[in-house]
Design a protein. Structure first.
Length: 94
């Protein structure tokens, strides 16, 4: 499963960097990098820490962040699809 941590790890490894080196560039300790790279998907990385890591890697924060997937739930049975279609057209979404 893709996570923010795996994106950081892959970006770091693509540069041939160790966790220690990335930590040094991002003004963190190596244990922080290890923890982030291995944290479960439901955990979030602090924004300041993520910004420091992204800057050190020379990438955007957005390229590292993985948002949780949207649940694939079917629409409610009583949903008026014609009304939804009309609203989407009105807002330029269709």
């Amino acid at each position: 499963m893709r996570t923010t941590g795996t994106n950081i790890k892959e970006s770091r490894q693509s540069k041939g960097w160790s966790q220690r080196y990335l930590a040094q560039l991002a003004h963190l300790v190596p244990e922080d990098i290890e923890r982030i790279e291995t944290m479960p998907p439901h955990r979030k990385v602090d924004g300041t820490t993520l910004s420091s890591i992204a800057a050190a890697l020379g990438v955007t924060v957005a390229s590292l962040v993985v948002e949780p997937p949207l649940r694939n739930k079917p629409p409610p049975e009583d949903l008026d699809m014609d009304a939804l279609d009309m609203m989407m057209k009105a807002f330029g979404m269709k």
